[in-house]
Design a protein around this ligand. Structure first.
Ligand code: MG
Length: 372
């Protein structure tokens, strides 16, 4: 079975109210979808993110001409070749070819992968806590309250973008609203050093509902992560930007993280992503996927989590949650799945088992104009 046609769909949405984290304020959200069809009429979707002009030129001038006529049974070889040109584009191709293989076998992606351990996977509501407004704390608290009222039982909130005193005021107020009933993760986006991170220690000690502290330090400082993990009273998480599974190995061998947070968009290819999950399990490390930048890649994170062996024998806590973007982002609506009581029911149909919203894809099509 050979690849006959590839369509691309760059999507763009300018945020009416910009929001952000310690890395800065975002003015827009983007998404790049590809749709591959074979000579037997079987199709599959893939997704990636990057600067849209770069992706568009890369796909149309190099990747699509390379892919036309290739056998879908050469997925790993194809992904390895495209990886040399553009890692994230390779991931999109990997997803689409995986879906085509599942549909060719008339099974779901999960069944292609060996089957699910569970039908539902928990998600946590993920927030970008900062805005350009002086009352950013009030806006943040209102957004979190709305998600909790919608049934989310776990949330992740940003720190590290303001002074420690201001961030601690925000989180202390939030904790007084959550009454310890909602689990909370804090994400500093690599903003601190060890001593700054430890300025949170007395508060972390006082709060029993914390899930983890995410990326307090620059991720390259593996030994420092190990030192901090020895002192910190809550679990440490990180690794969302790491592309190669082997780059996680020092974190495992140096006991530097409690949770890794790989992103199926950033690890090159969905096959490598799943190999990484197995590797983490063999080191006894928990996995809570970063899945902020796309509905389709998040679905693949959910599939992989559904097919992952439990990390613990504790039944209520046996699978780690996947990130769910709780901010203003129309691309969340690309797929017809929504959390119910903080969980996603994994679709069972052939391939990904869901149809992408074509009207939404048309509506948000990028017009080719420059943006920054
Ligand atoms: Mg993060």
């Amino acid at each position: 079975m050979k690849i006959r046609n590839i369509e691309t769909f760059p999507l763009f949405y300018r945020l009416p109210k910009p929001y952000g984290d310690a890395n800065g304020i975002k003015a827009y959200r983007t998404c790049y979808l590809i749709h591959i069809t074979t000579d037997m009429g079987i199709d599959g979707w893939g997704e990636c993110t990057d600067w849209l002009p770069t992706l568009h030129k890369g796909f149309h001038e190099r990747i699509i001409p390379y892919l036309i006529g290739k056998s879908i049974f050469d997925r790993i070889k194809i992904v390895q070749t495209i990886k040399k040109w553009h890692s994230r584009a390779a991931t999109a191709v990997s997803m689409a070819l995986t879906e085509i293989m599942a549909k060719a076998c008339r099974v779901s992606v999960c069944n292609l992968w060996g089957g699910k351990f569970r039908d539902k996977v928990p998600v946590y509501a993920s927030f970008q806590s900062y805005s350009e407004d002086t009352d950013w704390q009030r806006q943040s608290l209102a957004a979190i309250e709305k998600s909790v009222n919608q049934g989310f039982e776990k949330v992740k909130v940003k720190i590290g973008g303001k002074s420690i005193a201001e961030d601690q005021e925000h989180i202390t107020t939030l904790q007084s609203l959550l009454h310890g009933k909602i689990k909370l993760a804090l994400d500093a986006n690599q903003s601190y050093d060890i001593s700054a991170a430890l300025q949170w220690q007395s508060l972390l000690q006082a709060w029993p509902n914390l899930l983890w502290l995410e990326e307090p330090l620059q991720i390259k400082y593996i030994a420092e992560y190990a030192l901090l993990r020895n002192r910190l009273v809550i679990p440490l998480a990180g690794g969302e930007n790491i592309e190669a599974p082997t780059e996680f190995i020092p974190f495992f061998t140096q006991h530097a993280l409690d949770f890794i947070t790989p992103d199926p968009l950033h690890v090159t290819g969905i096959d490598s992503y799943r190999e990484l999950l197995s590797l983490a399990r063999s080191f006894g490390v928990r996995i809570t996927p970063h899945a902020y930048d796309g509905a389709l890649s998040r679905l693949y994170a959910l599939f992989a989590q559904a097919c992952l062996e439990p990390w613990s024998k504790m039944e209520s806590d046996s699978i780690e949650p996947v990130e769910w973007d709780a901010m203003d982002n129309p691309f969340t609506g690309l797929l017809p799945i929504r959390p119910s009581n903080g969980e996603i029911t994994i679709p069972d149909g052939s391939g990904i088992g869901l149809e992408l919203d074509q009207e939404l894809i048309s509506f948000y099509q990028w017009d080719g104009s420059s943006y920054r």
